[in-house]
Design a protein around this ligand. Sequence first.
Ligand code: AG3
Length: 274
Amino acid sequence: MIWFTEYWTENVGLTVKADQVKKIRSKYQEILVLDTPQFGKMLILDGLVQTTEKDEFIYHEMLAHPALLMHPNPERVLVIGGGDGGTVREVLKHSSVKEVHLCEIDEEVILISEKYFPSISEKLRDPKVKIFIEDGNEFLQERQNYYDVIIMDSSDPVGASEVLFREEFYRKVKSSLRHDGIMVAQTESPVLQEEYFSKAYREIRKVFRNVGVYLAYIPTYPSGMWSFTIASDFIDITDTTRNIEKVKELKTKYFCDSIYACLFSLPRFVQDIL
Ligand code: AG3
């Protein structure tokens, strides 16, 4: 057993007791798989916790379901990043979805997830899913007016993910969406990464007419308080009565109708950052 620490800032971190299961260096990053008594297996990229068996459902459900519910008929969905497969698994819970494209820059993440995280990656080989091993930023260039929902399941805005938090990128997202398309992104912690969070919000605002922020509690991410930013030009994404009857049909463990109904109720300090 070792002790592993993700340093959330220079002054605080998350430390877990773990067995090291696998460590490789891919073309893009260091990929580490730990087996921990507390959180089950954990996937760590360049020292940052991406997902754990124990709490992954919170993040993946909250990233996928609001946008898919707000869209009147989501058929074509793109996930950028998310090579572990958790977001794809949630997207496929919506029966209207006909095709899911997953654009992941690092194939090794997919292979590691398929080997060590079968319950997260289980739907990656579903016939509706098409995997593209490409840079998300370049991938969007070739697709105009195509998707109903685009989901950014990226890591922190450092290294390969940095471009995914910029205005130019969100413009590409917008032109790859159909006119009533919706995008949603994971946008970091408003407590410990206030700058990343408010920058993402600002840049998304420059590009889309309707923008909303919501939160979820994710124990293994910095501070636990995590943000998501959802946006659309055409759809009023703040109307959380939309398709609320469908929530009951979704097999989820965190997301539910009362969370959906109050999705945009934010603590005052978060409202003040926006
Ligand atoms: N992507 C968001 C991970 C961000 C975590 N940041 C951190 N630990 N500092 C997760 C990908 C899971 N599909």
